[in-house]
Structures are given as structure tokens and as C-alpha cells.
Design a protein. Structure first.
Lengths: 136, 136
């Protein structure tokens, strides 16, 4: 089942940049990110309100909410440095270079979260990351 | 200097899914997306007001807004499926597999937007497909 979800993720995430690319011809990336994030938040607020899930969301364990808050903040901070890097260097260098991030996730998952490690898995991650770098 | 920012981006984007994975322990992935998006949306909303970007957003033409909203909606749908996959699978597998979405963007760009195709892109596709096959 997870591969169906991964396939759908790739499909929707793959489509999004086609629209971003056209819009970013005349608009500053930070403005674009602001519009995107505020829109996503509005959609999800409406979803929670109209599906009657407010109670469930409010009763989420504090620990889980904190992790989501940290994740969102860390990811946005990453965007900040990404745009800083883009203003200092060429996009042709910066965009492929940041594609290394899944390797960092995999290393943390293996070393800290205790996910099963194998040379095959590590090689797979390295191949994927190299492929993404070459694609840009 | 740009490599310092690139490094920070890689580390922050690499860490972010680790917190997502930890948060997804026993909570509804769709509601988790809602909380994450509300956090990111709120931060960007504050950013817009602190840095007086509201005027810039107000001045955006309708076409750009429609493009960003479309991109954002696709991205949001992708996020829901990504969180569903991440809730049930290992971060070391789901994060690199989902990160292959630029390959799909590349295929769309080639088919619809008539972007060029090169030997480097073919090698990238071989690397990514082999990596995904190995990570299974």
C-alpha cells in the first residue's frame, strides 16, 4: 500500500513545480512560498472545521504536535537558507546540491531512530540522490 | 559562503522528516498534515506582516495567484499521501523514494513543455530507477 501512496506523492509533487515554474517568472520565491503556505493552511483549517475533526486535532498528544511544529519550522528555516544560497550562488549549483537532504534523513533514521540498515539500502539512497543531482 | 547556506539547508531539510516520522506515531496522518500546514501558514502569515509583504501579495496578478494556488493544492495532496506513506513505512525508505518526484516533473516538462532531453538526464533516470528498485 505504501508504494501506492509514494506513487501518488510523486505524481502530485511532480505536477506542482510545473505551475510554480511558470508563476515564478515574475514573482519573488519568498512571496511564492508565502502564498503557497498560507493557502495550504487555509485549506486544512477548512478541512478540519468541515469534517468535524476539531476535537480530535485539539486532543492530539502535546509531544506529537510539538514534533510537527518543529518539523514545519525547521523546514521553513531550510527554505530561508536555500534562498540565501540562491542569492549568493548560481541556481545550477545550489538546486542540485540541496538534493542531498534525503541522505541526511536516511543517516539519522539508521543511526538515531534505529531503522534497519543494509548496504543495499544505503546504496539505493546514494543512487537516488545522485540521480536527482544529475537530473537538475 | 553559499556552501555554508547549502549545508544548513541540507541539514534542516534532512532533519525535518525525522520529526514528521516521530510525530506520526499513532495519529491520523491527514490531521498531522493539517497541524503542520497550519504551523507553516501561521509562520508565513507573520513573516508577510513583519516584512510588509502584504502589499506585494496584493499586487500579484490573478494568473500568478491561480498558478500558486494550483501548485499549492497539488503539493498539499502530495503531502497527505506522503504522510500516509511515512506513517506506515521507514523514513530511510519513504523520504528518498518520495524525493524522486523531480523525475516526474522532468517527464512532464519533456512531454508537455517540450524541454530538452540529454544523455545526463537518461543517466539520472537509470540511477533513480535502480535506486528505487533497490530500496524496495
Amino acid at each position: 500500500m505504501e508504494w501506492i501512496y509514494i506513487g501518488l506523492t510523486i505524481f502530485f509533487w511532480g505536477l506542482a513545480p510545473v505551475f510554480d515554474k511558470t508563476a515564478l517568472k515574475n514573482v519573488n520565491p519568498a512571496t511564492g512560498i508565502s502564498v503557497r503556505m498560507i493557502w495550504s493552511a487555509l485549506v486544512m483549517i477548512l478541512f478540519v472545521l468541515f469534517t468535524g475533526k476539531t476535537e480530535t486535532a485539539i486532543n492530539f498528544p502535546f509531544k506529537n504536535i510539538s514534533f510537527l511544529f518543529i518539523s514545519a519550522s525547521v523546514s521553513l528555516l531550510g527554505y530561508l537558507f536555500y534562498f540565501k544560497a540562491l542569492t549568493k550562488g548560481n541556481a545550477s549549483k545550489v538546486v542540485p546540491a540541496v538534493a542531498v537532504f534525503p541522505l541526511v534523513t536516511a543517516i539519522i533514521a539508521f543511526c538515531i531512530m534505529g531503522e534497519p540498515f543494509s548496504i543495499q539500502k544505503l546504496s539505493a539512497v546514494i543512487l537516488i540522490v545522485t540521480g536527482i543531482i544529475l537530473l537538475h | 559562503m553559499e556552501w555554508f547556506f547549502i549545508g544548513l539547508t541540507i541539514i534542516l531539510w534532512g532533519i525535518s522528516p525525522v520529526f514528521d516520522k516521530m510525530a506520526l506515531n499513532a495519529i491520523d496522518p491527514v490531521l498531522a498534515v493539517a497541524i503542520r500546514m497550519m504551523t507553516a501558514g501561521s509562520i508565513m502569515f507573520i513573516y508577510v506582516f513583519i516584512f510588509n509583504k502584504a502589499e506585494v501579495i496584493k499586487k500579484l496578478d490573478l494568473k500568478s495567484i491561480i498558478l500558486f494556488v494550483t501548485a499549492s493544492s497539488f503539493s498539499l495532496l502530495g503531502f497527505i499521501f506522503y504522510f500516509k506513506a511515512l506513517a506506515g513505512g521507514f523514513a530511510s525508505k519513504i523520504v528518498p523514494a518520495a524525493a524522486t518526484y523531480p523525475l516526474f516533473t522532468s517527464i512532464i516538462a519533456f512531454l508537455i513543455m517540450k524541454e530538452s532531453f540529454s544523455i545526463k538526464k537518461l543517466v539520472a533516470i537509470i540511477f533513480i530507477v535502480t535506486g528505487v528498485a533497490l530500496i524496495k
